[in-house]
Design a protein. Structure first.
Length: 347
């Protein structure tokens, strides 16, 4: 929409007055999402510029009208446009803005790729991948679905259980990984900060078990200490700690994993990318059978059916997209290509 000379002049005045403020506001929002200052500064300038372009393209009659708004009203409208541009950039609604809970696997999966050092669960090592492969089937499926952003209700439907059981499966899988692999756990807690009974119990354990317990949360540590050190079982532990039996179930199940922490399962190591290449070969045949424009099964469906990680599915789908077999429609998912070139590739 072309601007009138009066609107163009008004836009120039607004840019001069609020240009720097918009960049600063965008930078604060991005650092709140976990971006480092330098990266946030660079992207904030692009975000702010997109907001100004949006104003000029639409005519923004509310901002560029003849009767001048107050500074507070103008700033509020411009900041709202910046938040909209940030939401578009990440493909997330403004309604998702809330304090960051880094303990939530879904939040971790979404935001950790933005960090300067990637989260081990979004960029796992070969040894951690082997541990994930060795998890019990339902725990592995629950963890992979949850890391892919699957809500608990939907996760339960996939695993044919309720949301509470689904959450317990995810918690158990994560605790197993933390116990067996330091890469998936937090920094160890200082031994001196623990209560005396925990320090005494830890002193009786082998070094590997002690180190594993120091890098998990307090409740799992207490449960495992009471089981390993004092030989207590589920109901006894719950009574000693004064918590419901269900609250300790995930920790109690993981006692077996603690008997040999840090040991990778005895599986044959795969070459990097081998799983994704094999999956691409399988999907290539399935996609070729779809009608042009037909939707490819969702990522979480492929993960559950083919028992693989979200990273493997995404890598395989990228291969098919590079070949021209599939096209992405953003949040709608992947679809069988309708161009003539992809038919030759499929043949």
């Amino acid at each position: 929409m072309p601007l009138t000379p009066e609107q163009s002049e008004r836009l120039a005045v607004l840019y001069e007055k609020f240009g720097t403020r918009l960049v600063g506001y965008a930078r604060r929002k991005l650092t709140g999402y976990g971006w480092g200052f330098a990266a946030a500064e660079s992207l904030a300038e692009d975000i702010a510029q997109e907001a100004w372009i949006e104003v000029s393209r639409t005519g923004a009659k509310d901002l560029l009208r003849p009767d001048v708004l107050s500074d507070n009203e103008t700033r509020g409208m411009l900041f709202a446009r910046v938040k909209t541009q940030i939401g578009r950039h990440f493909g997330r609604s403004r309604s998702h803005e809330r304090p960051v809970d880094w303990s939530d696997p879904v939040t971790c999966n979404v935001l950790c790729p933005l960090m300067s050092e990637p989260c081990p669960l979004t960029a796992p090592s070969a040894s951690l991948l082997r541990l994930v492969d060795a998890l019990p089937e339902r725990e592995r499926a629950a963890l992979l679905l949850r890391l892919d952003g699957c809500p608990m209700k939907v996760l339960g439907e996939h695993l044919e259980c309720d949301a509470t059981t689904g959450r317990r499966l995810v918690d158990t899988a994560l605790l197993r990984l933390q116990l067996c692999h330091a890469e998936a756990a937090r920094e160890p807690v200082a031994l001196a900060t623990l209560p005396a009974w925990q320090r005494e119990g830890l002193a009786k354990l082998p070094d590997a078990q002690r180190e594993a317990l120091l890098r998990v949360d307090d409740l799992p540590r207490q449960v495992l200490l009471l089981h390993l050190g004092e030989g207590l079982h589920g109901n006894e532990i719950a009574a000693r700690l004064g918590v419901p039996r269900d609250a300790i179930k995930s920790s109690y199940i993981c006692a077996v994993a603690l008997k040999n922490p840090g040991a990778a399962p005895s599986t044959t190591a795969r070459k990097k990318g081998e799983a994704a290449r094999a999956l691409a070969e399988v999907l290539r045949g399935e996609v070729a059978e779809l009608a042009p424009g037909e939707r490819v099964p969702a990522e979480r469906v492929l993960m559950a059916r083919l028992r693989c990680s979200s990273k493997t599915v995404r890598t395989a789908m990228k291969t098919l997209r590079d070949e021209g077999l599939v096209t992405s429609r953003g949040s709608q998912g992947m679809y069988r290509s309708t161009t003539g070139g992809d038919l030759a590739v499929a043949a």
